[in-house]
Design a protein. Sequence first.
Length: 173
Amino acid sequence: MQVKSARGEHAKKIIFLMIDSLMSQAINKGIEQQELPTFQFLIEHGQYYQNLVSSFPTMSVTIDSSLLTGTYPDDHHVPGLTWYSSDQKKVINYGTGPMEVFKHGIDPVLADALIHLNGSHLNRQQPTLYEDLARHGLKSGSVNGLIYRGTTDHTLSVPSGFKYQPLCQRKFK
């Protein structure tokens, strides 16, 4: 598939690849042992940053929210994988593990992770990278990211047994 740029065929395209919990030491060792040719290619033809400091807490959804809004948890309002919402008077859990998901209930965890995280938990006053790029006439997208809030409407498809099916049939940005 060819991705066409609105700025012309010679405009640079950027692919940002983030692999959760993969340390540079493992990448470097894999390249040294010639076991990671794809990573070696990407490093040779892109930019590779080995010494980054994460926002805190170091949980995927919080880090992704910081990365995609450029703000810390106190500004983007996603403090962790599990947190207490004083507004909703309930524990929010985006899926910390099978036992916790079972304890909180599959439907509420999926609703929080797939719907509410982008729809209401992530601070609407803090634009995401996708929203900023769209304002500049640039196209962007997310593959398998929990933080995906942009300016284009998409219909969320979920398995038929999901309790929140009617809620999911509406369009999300």
